[in-house]
Structure formats: C-alpha cells, structure tokens
Ligand binder design. Structure first.
Ligand SMILES: [Cu+2]
Length: 258
C-alpha cells in the first residue's frame, strides 16, 4: 500500500474502532418538571421516563416499564396506569402527570423491562429514582425504598447548588456495596456542553469501603448517578443463561448559585 492508502486505511480503522467502542453510558432516566413544589407552584408534576445517553443526547427505546410508582407519607402508589407514550431524543419514552396534594417527600421510581445489550453480552436493568419535596415537608428524604439495588442519598437530593458535592450509599439487597463503581453523567438538554475527549462523557467514581461515594458537580442542571453491579441471578437469552447488570440510578438537580 502507498502512504496515502495506508493513511486512509488507518483513518477508516480509527472510525470503526470509535464507533464500536461506546465510551458513553446509558442511563435509566426519571425527570420531574419540579423538585421542590411550593405553595404558589403548579402542583401537578410532569414526569418523563426514558433510557438514554444523557450527555451525548442519544436516545434508546424504553419499553413500557415493569414498575412505575411513587412512595410518599408511608404509602406506595402504582402509577403504571398513568403512563402515556412520548418521545425522548427521538426514541420511545413515557410520561405521566402526578398531582401533589399533601406535604411530603415523594420518591418516584421505575423498574424497566430487562434490556438485552448484545455489546456487553448481558441484560441491563436500571432501577431509577428521583425525589421531589412539597410544601415544606422535609422528613424522610434519606429513606430507602428497599429496591434490589439502590443509591440512598446522604446529601438531601434536592435544593443543591452547582458545585455542591453529592454523596450517597450504594446498596445491594439493603447492604452497602464496598468499592462500587458509580457512573456519572450530565443531562445535556441544551446540547451546549462538549466533552473535551470521549473519556469525559461519563465520569466514574468509586464508593469507599462502606459503599459511600462523593461527586462534586461543575454546573447546574440534572445529574445522573448510576451504581452498577452484577446481580446474583441470570436470565435466558437465545437459550443461554446471561448475567444481569443492575444499575441503581438516582437523578438529582443542582441549581445555579446566583
Ligand atoms: Cu445505550
């Protein structure tokens, strides 16, 4: 091959390698229209559920979830019936409206159908939650929903400023997961943030020996934290038993310091 042809070959090879190497992470997403409902606010929250690559704004299909519920004031309410199809980043997603009538801390959570990911040869299930507070009642923001895997917040998961650290405990079956990997991504809604390199689309922090992780956000907006673990059961795909990667995902909003 002549030098030019070699160069062209290498350029094409580089593209192929880039395309085949997803540096980005997919995230279950549950994004509410408001996180702190005040007396004067619209009391109906709109929730948008998707499965996306939030920093790169690349959508994936989200089948109708297995579970979508809200837990507040000691009660659990099934919201599956409220879901209406919508599109997020040009892909199938879901939306629901929820009228908040009483003070309290409202924890919304979704369990999607297992997603078969050929690139990773496993199923992916992101148990995804977000927390909304209403009318000045702050009790119980640190409560655990009791999911198979869950990030239990150590920072109050609303009313945070950009630059604040966010801390949480990664739990699996109710027990802290030491040295868990936590992937962090920004919801780049306005597409105005550009990662200088592919390494900086998703950031990763590890929990410490007690399952506690810490991340400081550089800017305001929605941030997703996904703690990943392989669970203790397998699922069948084409007649073969495959691993299930479970993500404990929490979405947290950080406000501008003005
Ligand atoms: Cu993906």
């Amino acid at each position: 091959m002549g030098l030019l042809r070699i160069r062209r070959y290498l350029a094409i090879l580089a593209l192929v390698v880039l395309a085949a190497n997803p540096s980005n992470a997919h995230f279950g997403m549950v994004i509410p229209s408001d996180t702190m409902v005040m007396q004067a606010d619209n009391r109906t929250i709109k929730l948008t559920l998707s499965f996306s690559h939030p920093m790169e704004m690349v959508g994936m299909e989200l089948e109708k979830p297995k579970v979508f519920a809200v837990s507040a004031n000691g009660k659990n309410k099934d919201l599956l019936g409220q879901l209406k199809p919508t599109k997020v980043m040009d892909h199938a997603a879901w939306t629901a409206e929820y009228a908040i009538k009483r003070p309290g801390v409202y924890m919304f959570h979704m369990e999607p159908q297992p997603y078969w990911e050929p690139a990773e040869d496993c199923f992916i299930v992101h148990l995804t939650k977000t927390v909304v507070t209403a009318f000045g009642d702050d009790e119980g923001w640190d409560a655990e929903l009791g999911l198979k895997t869950e990030i239990v917040p150590l920072s109050k998961p609303y009313g945070l400023y950009a630059g604040n650290v966010f801390q949480g405990i990664v739990k699996v079956d109710g027990k802290p997961l030491a040295y868990a990997d936590v992937e962090v991504e920004y919801y780049n809604q306005d597409r105005n943030i550009h990662a200088p390199t592919d390494y900086m689309v998703t950031q990763t922090v590890k929990a410490d020996g007690s399952g506690v992780f810490t991340y400081a956000t550089p800017i305001s907006g929605w941030w997703g934290f996904a703690a990943l673990s392989t669970v203790d059961y397998t699922m069948e795909h084409d007649g073969k038993e495959k691993d299930v990667e479970m993500g404990a995902v929490i979405w947290v909003y950080f406000h501008d310091w003005k």
